[in-house]
Design a protein around this ligand. Structure first.
Ligand code: F6P
Length: 523
């Protein structure tokens, strides 16, 4: 295929972009014509995307949609859903969508069987049928995992705190820094704690170390190895390694190669979510994602929410030198969403070549960052308003108050959200001193959810997953591998050895040697 920049659509977009860079262009002026909100917003069930505050006219979208056609986005969408090897570098399909297909139409009996097992397991814990080794009910669940085996489950569990089951508290431990596990275990009782070792590969250093420490903590409380089975379960593709760790075969939940780590919260990796909010709510999360899958697969490109959002990002990174996107949920429960999206985006799109190793012809993979509003307004928003960087923003807002009796405070929250996107677009000129002016012309999307429910959250997350996929197709990269993270892992193994081995240490570069010497002295 032609490099992206050689496509006729790219060339046309390049010409077209100049009209938005002219002196005197005001994004706000675009609202003077027609029904801008009607033309540039799209609703899917209880999710509304307002993309009117962007640098675009209908003409812009005609060209962007041509780009999607010329980069074969429709074919790629179909290839992903139908299980083709879209992860070509690893020779795998990417079928996370199959994890949320309803049982009646699901073509993967192993997915349905695993969900049934999860249902039984959650019931066992919540009802108290599952007992710890001293015949106590399980009161606390600790998910030990990292990356995709942590970020999605931790974020969803917090986001859906309003749906939390009264039966168990769920905790998440990821960092190899022992203080993370220590802190989490401080008030827990080994006899009433269940550990979930969540690791697709079961070879991840952090998870391995934390799992071993947790097992030791359990044994140090006077338990023996035979009792581990009642307190440790695992989710992995590597069932053998999990068994070697001491997990009972009955307590092993499978995963499959065709589910990427960062797309895995819908699989048994979501067991911590299901334990936190109950299986019915977990099923609702899957159903919401499935509904977005159906939309993504069947809607025309111009009415396709993930496609429209992806095209806007391609537009800004390609023609407006945007290097990052801020995601700002005006919802405290959603405060971990930006971290989750960081892995989803940057592990998927942080690449500079095609799967065949040829350099791609444009910038790709912008930095994703952000925190919850309104807190962000009092830290980094200054830079969004007046800095030199051009940073498109995704605002996320929830119409229904999270606490019913706090409607007035919730209105304050929403007013802040709407006012920030307006201020970014309009700016304000100060006649006497430019340092007081805000230039405006800073684009944003607003995603409005009717309510923060499991179903709507499922739709929102699937929306972002599909947006990432579309960007990868247009940029010509594989969204589903992550070879970049391997080098750091390999080096950490050899540097770990060098702490004990002076000969190995002397072979290191001067910086690593110097730092290591100082660490050894100080520790
Ligand atoms: O950071 C690299 C990575 O492989 C992620 O893609 C993955 O989500 C994470 O490590 C954890 O991997 P695992 O689930 O195999 O422990």
């Amino acid at each position: 295929m032609n490099p992206l920049t050689a496509t006729p659509a790219w060339q046309a977009l390049s010409d077209h972009s100049s009209s938005f860079k002219q002196e005197g262009f005001r994004c706000g002026d675009l609202f003077k014509e027609g029904n801008r909100f009607g033309d540039f917003s799209l609703r899917h069930e209880q999710l509304l995307l307002d993309y009117s505050k962007n640098f675009c006219t209908k003409g812009t979208f005609n060209l962007l949609l041509n780009l999607a056609e010329q980069t074969r986005v429709p074919e790629a969408i179909e290839a992903m859903f139908s299980g083709e090897e879209v992860n070509s570098t690893e020779g795998r399909a990417a079928l996370h969508t199959a994890l949320r297909t309803p049982a009646a139409s699901n073509q993967f009996p192993e997915v349905v069987a695993t969900l049934n097992r999860m249902t039984d397991f959650v019931h066992g814990i919540h009802s108290g049928e599952w007992r710890g080794c001293e015949n106590d009910r399980i009161t606390d669940v600790v998910n030990i995992g990292i990356g995709g085996s942590d970020l999605g489950p931790a974020m969803v569990t917090e986001a859906l705190g309003a749906f939390a089951s009264k039966h168990v508290n769920v905790h998440f431990v990821s960092n190899v820094d022992p203080s993370h596990l220590n802190l989490s275990l401080t008030n827990l009782n080994p006899a009433t704690t269940l550990f979930i070792i969540a690791s697709k590969s079961f070879r991840t250093l952090e998870t391995h170390e934390n799992a071993n420490s947790a097992r030791q903590w359990f044994l140090d409380a006077g338990h023996d190895k035979a009792q581990i089975a009642k307190h440790f379960i695992a989710i992995s593709t590597n069932l053998e390694a999990a068994r070697e760790f001491g997990i009972d075969a009955e307590n092993l939940f499978p995963m499959w190669d065709w589910v990427g780590g960062r797309f895995s919260l819908w699989s048994a990796i979501g067991l911590s979510i299901a334990l936190a909010i109950g299986m019915k709510n977990f099923q609702a999360l899957l159903a919401g994602a499935h509904s977005m899958d159906l939309h993504f697969r069947s809607a025309s490109l111009e009415n396709n929410m993930p496609v429209l959002m992806a095209l806007l990002t391609v537009w800004y990174t390609g023609f407006f030198d945007a290097h990052s996107t801020a995601v700002v949920p005006y919802s405290h429960p959603l405060k971990q969403l930006p971290q989750f999206l960081q892995q989803l985006y940057m592990e998927s799109l942080g690449k500079r070549t095609t799967p065949e190793g040829k350099p791609i012809s444009t910038n790709s993979g912008e930095v994703i960052w952000g925190t919850e509003g309104t807190n962000g307004q009092h830290s980094y928003f200054q830079l969004l308003h007046q800095g030199t960087e051009f940073i498109p923003v995704d605002f996320i807002a929830i119409a229904k108050p999270s606490i019913p009796e706090k409607t007035e405070q919730h209105k304050q929250l929403l007013a802040n959200c709407l006012s920030q996107s307006l201020a970014l677009m309009q700016g304000k000129h100060h006649p006497d001193n430019e340092s007081r002016s805000s230039p405006g012309n800073r684009p944003s999307n607003t995603l409005l959810l009717a309510e923060l429910t499991p179903y709507n959250l499922g739709s929102l997350l699937a929306l972002y997953e599909h947006k990432v996929f579309v960007q990868s197709v247009i940029w010509g990269i594989n969204a589903f591998d992550q070879f970049g993270v391997e080098l750091g892992k390999e080096l950490s193994r050899s540097l770990y050895g060098a702490f004990e081995d002076s000969e190995q240490r002397s072979g290191l570069d001067a910086s690593s040697q110097g730092l290591m010497k100082q660490i050894l002295e100080w520790s």
